[in-house]
Design a protein around this ligand. Structure first.
Ligand SMILES: CCCCCCCCCCCCCCCCCCC/C=C/C(=O)SCCNC(=O)CCNC(=O)[C@H](O)C(C)(C)COP(=O)(O)OP(=O)(O)OC[C@H]1O[C@@H](n2cnc3c(N)ncnc32)[C@H](O)[C@@H]1OP(=O)(O)O
Ligand SMILES: Cc1cc2nc3c(=O)[nH]c(=O)nc-3n(C[C@H](O)[C@H](O)[C@H](O)COP(=O)(O)OP(=O)(O)OC[C@H]3O[C@@H](n4cnc5c(N)ncnc54)[C@H](O)[C@@H]3O)c2cc1C
Length: 667
């Protein structure tokens, strides 16, 4: 704990750190997994701080878009000049941390090169293609992106309009955008930075459409960077966030590429045009599964950053009195403030622990795919789709809650909340719009429900609860005893009920109308089932993980995990009251328990967020500064505003001055 206290720190924040009941190093160790990881974080941070080229000339929030794009390009080249400093193969750990430290929370001109282009080359090329493209990708001989979404279609991949038609005489594919709506739209870095792309197009061979497939396509001349003939490309303009990235549009006019530019690890087109289908129809969508899986860690980090800022600021902000005349209190002492922030922190821990599970599952699936085994593909698709949806949505709400909890200063860009929100909320949309992805989970759940109904309960582990009988009354007696398995049983009960309610409703409707229509008319219930399924997974994983904690960190972790569960239950209590599963009295008991948990977590509030090991450089927030000296820093920060460069702005002479002069002259 003491390592975060320094002379000159704000007295309130120092008091918080002194009062903590555990050593933050122990908590960081539990959170990140090993001493080696913590050591490497320190080494990477020290390295980044030692390099002036990683600094921003002025805070990025004071830059215009061109300056941001320029600054982003400069820094990503500097960053990737120094990848020897990290284990670049450890994308999930070192790669993400290193990038976050240097690039901040904005995508940059090479984001898609690393996040999707490289993984697609690795995952979808055959050995010969890998030998050709991988070294060029790693050595940054070109800048790549992933161009799938179009103006008219993003979600529904089968209706992508871009065509790749095989011409056996020339041994080439002809890429074509038959309409305006066929324009690729959104790919990161496509507008101005990328000179190659993985283009996802509907493949036509021997007169038949074989569905969307990935192709390696050169877009610009390697020397002049001018677009090649047959390519129209540009930037799509400013967005809510991601403004350091030149997300782009792209149209093809009968643009030819060699046959071998189709990525052929799974599906293939032979020289005569014969199509060889992949072992599993959705193997070509593997990169999306990969990104959905790493998003969970990224999103939980953003949520933790928001909670860290809100808690540190709430520790130093004094406003109002609880006891009259006793002086203004730290706003962190208000129960309502705790309600706004503590559950957010609990969620960040929960999501991070899930991120580790998903990383491990992803690695297992990759290994299996290498052996030609696609057995776990439906499971990982459902799990990553569901987690991506629930987590990104909760993260966006949580960040906004933290912002509002910081009053007026939360609205300033000095807080970093606008930046964190704009960055994180995009996750609700990219890599599959959240509702659509929840419906994918529902497909998986409906199949599982069908198996249970048919008595063939050979279910994936994550669905095993669907086949359980379960009690029809909650075992909850006192809030203090409400822990571990008892909580899980109750969440299982609600999730199972919702899955079968949706299933029954779907089956009833299927008797009255075509199944696609029945599906649409049950979609709200299906999404609800998916959310409960994912919440159950998250809570189970969280409770299991904290049960392995030892020593002084155990109690605050248990408080967090139980707060997470109590929050879910009390905020959707109707589901638990249904059919008398819980009584009103039980719910009141839980509510009381929830308030007690807030009180218990109060003492360690700051230490818990300190354990996330955010350096000020990474947090990039005046309100969240480690030393708590917020007010003087806010004044310093504001002085960097462009508007403060001169005392009198041109607007005075042009508009306001003449107006006031005229006003005075009329008196
Ligand atoms: C040098 C060091 C540097 C280090 C640098 C490190 C940097 C680290 C940074 C980390 C930051 C992390 C995060 C930030 C990243 C931000 C980047 C954002 C970029 C965004 C990119 C994009 O958005 S790309 C475009 C994404 N698009 C989508 O996701 C489209 C969504 N649509 C679909 O996925 C699908 O079309 C569908 C799932 C909605 C439906 O598919 P389809 O219509 O084809 O199928 P059906 O519905 O008929 O289903 C048939 C059947 O298939 C199953 N299925 C579908 N998809 C999959 C799949 N992927 N895998 C397995 N199975 C699948 C489906 O469930 C059905 O199954 P049934 O059994 O028949 O039910
Ligand atoms: C910041 C950002 C970065 C991106 N980067 C890239 C990139 O690098 N490369 C790339 O190719 N793409 C990229 N995209 C595009 C992104 O993948 C798509 O926007 C996303 O997949 C959603 O598709 P859509 O825009 O077509 O939404 P739509 O599908 O049009 O969604 C609009 C609404 O329709 C609903 N809806 C659609 N279909 C259904 C259905 N079947 N059932 C029920 N409701 C439905 C949705 O739930 C939503 O409410 C990016 C997008 C953003 C915002």
């Amino acid at each position: 704990m003491s390592n975060l206290i320094q002379t000159g720190d704000n007295a309130d924040i120092t008091k918080e750190r002194r009062n903590a009941t555990f050593d933050i190093h122990d908590m960081s160790l539990f959170l990140y997994g090993s001493e080696e990881i913590l050591k490497r974080r320190k080494e990477m941070l020290a390295f980044v701080k030692s390099k002036p080229e990683f600094n921003d000339p002025i805070p990025t929030e004071f830059m215009n878009r061109e300056q941001r794009v320029d600054n982003g390009a400069r820094k990503i080249v500097a960053m990737t000049d120094n990848t020897d400093e990290i284990d670049a193969g450890d994308f999930f750990g070192e790669g993400m941390y290193f990038q976050g430290l240097i690039m901040g929370r904005d995508l940059h001109p090479m984001s898609l090169h690393y996040v999707m282009f490289l993984p697609t080359i690795q995952g979808q090329s055959d050995d010969e293609q890998l030998d050709e493209w991988l070294p060029l990708t790693i050595s940054r001989s070109f800048v790549g992106t992933y161009a799938q979404t179009e103006l008219g279609h993003g979600t529904n991949l089968s209706k992508l309009e871009t065509t790749a038609t095989y011409d056996p005489k020339a041994g080439e594919f002809v890429l074509h955008s038959p309409s305006i709506t066929a324009a690729k739209w959104w790919p990161g870095g496509l507008g101005k930075s990328a000179n190659v792309a993985i283009v996802v197009a509907n493949l036509y061979t021997q007169g038949e459409c074989k569905g969307p497939h990935p192709f390696f396509v050169q877009l610009r001349d390697y020397d002049t960077h001018e677009p090649l003939k047959g390519i129209t490309v540009g930037d799509i303009g400013p967005k809510l966030g991601f403004n350091t990235s030149d997300n782009g549009f792209l149209l093809f006019n009968n643009f030819r590429i060699p046959r071998r530019n189709m990525l052929m690890r799974y599906a293939k087109v032979l020289p005569d045009g014969t199509y060889i289908k992949p072992q599993h129809a959705k193997l070509a969508f593997g990169t999306m599964v990969f990104v959905r899986s790493i998003m969970i860690k990224d999103q939980s980090t953003q949520l933790a950053a928001a909670a860290c800022i809100a808690k540190r600021y709430s520790a130093i902000r004094r406003q109002g009195e609880i006891k009259q005349g006793a002086g203004e209190v730290q706003i962190l002492d208000y129960q309502t403030q705790q309600l706004r922030i503590f559950p957010v922190m609990a969620r960040a821990f929960c999501f991070m622990f899930a991120a580790y599970e998903i990383r491990d599952l992803y690695m297992k699936v990759t290994e299996q795919l290498g052996e030609g085994n696609t057995e776990l593909l439906p499971e990982i698709h459902a799990l990553t789709s569901g987690l991506k949806s629930v987590v990104s949505y909760e993260v966006a709400l949580g960040i906004e809650q933290c912002r509002m909890a910081c009053g007026g200063h939360g609205y300033s860009q000095a807080s970093a909340f606008p930046e964190i929100y704009a960055y994180a909320v995009a996750g609700c949309t990219y890599e599959g719009e959240n509702i659509v992805m929840l419906l994918q989970v529902a497909r998986f759940l409906m199949k599982a429900a069908e198996e249970v109904m048919n008595g063939k309960a050979k279910l994936a582990d994550i669905c095993a609860y669907l086949a359980k009988r379960g009690a029809n009354k909650s075992r909850l007696r006192t809030a203090d005893e409400y822990r571990g398995d008892v909580i899980i049983e109750d969440l299982e009960h609600v999730a199972r009920n919702q899955v079968f309610r949706a299933y029954d409703s779907l089956k009833r409707k299927e008797k009255e109308m075509p199944s696609e229509e029945a599906w649409n008319k049950t979609a709200i219930e299906l999404c609800k089932a998916s959310r409960w399924h994912v919440r159950l997974y998250l809570a189970k994983n969280f409770l299991h993980k904290i049960s392995t904690a030892k020593g002084a960190i155990r109690e605050p972790l248990e408080n967090l995990a139980r707060l997470y569960a109590f929050d879910i239950i009390t905020s959707s209590h109707g589901e638990f009251l249904r059919g008398g599963f819980m009584s009103e009295a039980q719910l009141d008991e839980l509510k009381g328990g929830f308030y007690t948990l807030l009180e218990r977590l109060r003492r360690n509030a700051v230490a818990i967020v300190d354990s996330w090991d955010f350096d000020d450089k990474e947090l990039h927030s005046i309100l969240g500064k480690r030393d708590g000296n917020v007010y003087s820093s806010l004044l310093d920060w504001a002085q960097q505003s462009q508007l403060n460069r001169t005392q009198v702005l041109p607007t005075f002479n042009k508009y306001l001055g003449p107006m006031m002069k005229e006003g005075r002259s009329k008196l």
